[in-house]
Design a protein. Structure first.
Ligand code: ZN
Length: 255
């Protein structure tokens, strides 16, 4: 079994874990998972992320407002995020970004909330966790303008976009999508991205890798994602776990 795994992007505050959260989290060590970052998607889930990081020594937290939730942020949301970010184990502002696939929030509003949080991260000296779906051009424009440090998670863009992300000094996160049959484009990106700039993540409870596709995902399933990346890169799965663990610690400035 692969050991020393860092799940760089998880949502264990999600309702889907309400029935067995404690038991599941405590079992992860036996599945080779050493560390994880729980990612906020609005103020409530950010607060729950902080709570998880307080309760479990192997969990870090990110706080931020996802583009889906940009539509109803309270006026003082930046102050609230800043307050939460003072917690010792909050390691990033995220997830933040643009989602033009679902368009749950008007695009103009998504852009405003994204840029405000990029500025907050700069002010606090924290890295960011970026969500971008069907919005590569606008995402890259804002990243080039604000030049944050951090991670573009669940990368779904082209190799050209990935090269631009790397040029900005950022890391790229890969999920169980790399195991999907129709993942040709993502596999090309995995091939191109240097080992020292990639992270592995579940984005759980979503994005379960094959053969669990469609089921509730958890960090134990990263074994499959790592095996696939190892196959593409031509190194051992354990090396992928060790390298991506180191990268995640660097990206989140841990230790
Ligand atoms: Zn996520």
């Amino acid at each position: 079994m692969i050991q020393n795994i860092f799940d760089s992007h998880a949502h264990y505050d999600d309702r889907k874990f309400d029935g067995d959260r404690e038991e599941l989290l405590l079992s992860l060590r036996d599945s080779g998972v050493r560390l994880l970052t729980n990612i906020g998607s609005n103020l409530q889930s950010s607060a729950r992320s902080v709570e998880l990081s307080r309760r479990y020594d192997f969990i870090y937290a990110a706080v931020g407002v996802h583009p889906h939730d940009a539509i109803d942020v309270p006026e003082d949301y930046l102050e609230q995020l800043e307050q939460m970010a003072k917690e010792q184990k909050v390691v990033a502002i995220g997830e933040i970004g643009l989602d033009y696939y679902y368009d749950f929030s008007p695009r103009e509003m998504q852009k405003i909330v994204f840029e405000q949080q990029l500025r907050l991260a700069k002010k606090l000296g924290l890295p960011v966790v970026i969500h971008s779906r069907d919005a590569a051009a606008d995402t890259m424009e804002l990243l080039k303008k604000r030049r944050p440090k951090g991670i573009v998670h669940c990368f779904s863009g082209s190799t050209e976009t990935a090269k631009e992300v790397l040029k900005l000094g950022m890391y790229i996160g890969f999920t169980g999508v790399v195991t999907f049959k129709n993942a040709r484009k993502t596999l090309e990106v995995v091939e191109m991205v240097p080992l020292d700039r990639m992270l592995v993540e579940t984005d759980c409870p979503y994005m379960a890798p094959e053969p669990f596709r469609g089921k509730r995902c958890d960090s134990a399933m990263l074994q499959k994602t790592i095996e696939k990346i190892a196959e593409i890169k031509g190194i051992s799965p354990q090396e992928v776990a060790d390298i991506t663990n180191r990268n995640a610690c660097r990206a989140y400035e841990i230790g």
